[in-house]
Design a protein around this ligand. Structure first.
Ligand SMILES: [Zn+2]
Length: 347
């Protein structure tokens, strides 16, 4: 399978804070509207791609979220610096010195997260963890008027200003791989399923990072028989993490959730994932730390309940400026999603 890395590059570079997912949504739409029976966007911005070729077969909803962690500007200082809150979980420790791209009244704006220079910090201040409330964005404006002149306003959103890159040897680096890796996998799997007798609704969901919001409203519309969230989940195969903490590792295949904070994978779904992987010799690993939550958490509680699960591509450093993943894991996640849909459709 030749992976369409250009599609992942465009998805990773796209601007998609929670609530403003238009760019990644349009990339998905351009990619899939030629193959889907029907494409629809709802009022919140969830995009639905239908392949209803399975007659009486169960309806399987695939979900990949189109949003990414972001900053939200909350105040413009007299000296032109911007105060912010986060949308989704970003650790304060990774923020100082990071570049951000924001959208203001006059288009894109570049900023950097500033701090008091360490040179003038007290011994005590230097030892303390980074305090989110002490951080600010510097967009190169010397006053509030100058910032407003540049198009700044309260309520702007911004995302990490990091370009996707191939690191060689199949390793890939990019921002927002949580969950553009999932968007990519969903698009590639959907294209591979259109020739098959199955009923699939692939949904690019909004606002996952702030509480699985788009998944909730989209599952309510789809009323699926099964749900599968497709994610980019954290890999911890890095120095300093002991074997029992290495929740997932790169080049070990898709990461299958048994349970996390949002869902316990339904036994029928888990069985179908494992049987599909084994039947097609697809390597996979279990997520070993039951933390975090995914769209499956919202999907499985829809109406009278929807048996659901999650498969993910392992990615190091998610929710930071840039994540690292491997093309082999993307490829195997695409294979597993397709194999799962086929198996559960035949059951
Ligand atoms: Zn995610």
């Amino acid at each position: 399978m030749e992976m369409n890395i250009e599609l992942l590059r465009r998805l990773s570079n796209a601007f998609g804070p929670p609530g403003t997912e238009d760019e990644p949504r349009e990339i998905l739409r351009a990619e899939l509207e030629g193959v889907a029976d029907e494409v629809r966007v709802d009022k919140l911005g969830n995009v639905f791609f239908y392949h209803m070729g399975g007659g009486d077969a169960p309806v399987v909803m695939l979900a990949a979220h189109t949003d990414e962690v972001a900053l939200l500007t909350t105040y413009i200082e007299e000296k032109g610096f911007l105060r912010f809150h986060t949308l989704g979980g970003i650790s304060a420790d990774v923020l100082p010195g990071q570049r951000f791209v924001l959208r203001g009244r006059k288009g894109a704006l570049r900023g950097i997260v500033g701090t008091k220079p360490p040179h003038i910090m007290t011994e005590e201040e230097r030892k303390k963890p980074v305090d989110m409330a002490s951080l600010f964005l510097d967009v190169g404006a010397e006053s509030d008027e100058a910032a407003e002149e540049k198009g700044c306003h309260v309520g702007m959103t911004g995302v990490f200003d990091v370009e996707f890159a191939e690191l060689g040897g199949g390793y890939l680096r990019g921002k927002a791989l949580d969950d553009r890796a999932g968007c990519f996998v969903m698009a590639e799997a959907f294209k591979g399923l259109v020739g098959y007798k199955c009923n699939v609704v692939a949904v690019g969901t909004v606002q996952e990072e702030v509480g699985l919001r788009g998944a909730r409203t989209s599952a309510w519309q789809v009323e699926p028989d099964y749900g599968l969230a497709i994610e980019g989940t954290f890999a911890a195969d890095v120095p300093g993490s002991s074997p029992h903490q290495t929740s997932a590792a790169l080049r070990k295949g898709p990461v299958v959730t048994i349970a996390d904070r949002s869902v316990i994978t339904h036994p029928r779904v888990l069985r179908a994932i494992m049987d599909a992987a084994e039947a097609e010799s697809i390597p996979y690993q279990f997520k070993k730390i039951p933390s975090g939550g995914t769209d499956a958490g919202a999907i499985h509680l829809t109406k009278a309940g929807v048996p659901s699960g999650t498969v993910a591509t392992p990615c190091r450093y998610i929710h930071g400026p840039a994540a690292v993943t491997h093309v082999e894991d993307l490829e195997n996640t695409v294979r597993l999603v397709k194999a799962f849909v086929k198996r559960i459709s035949e059951a």
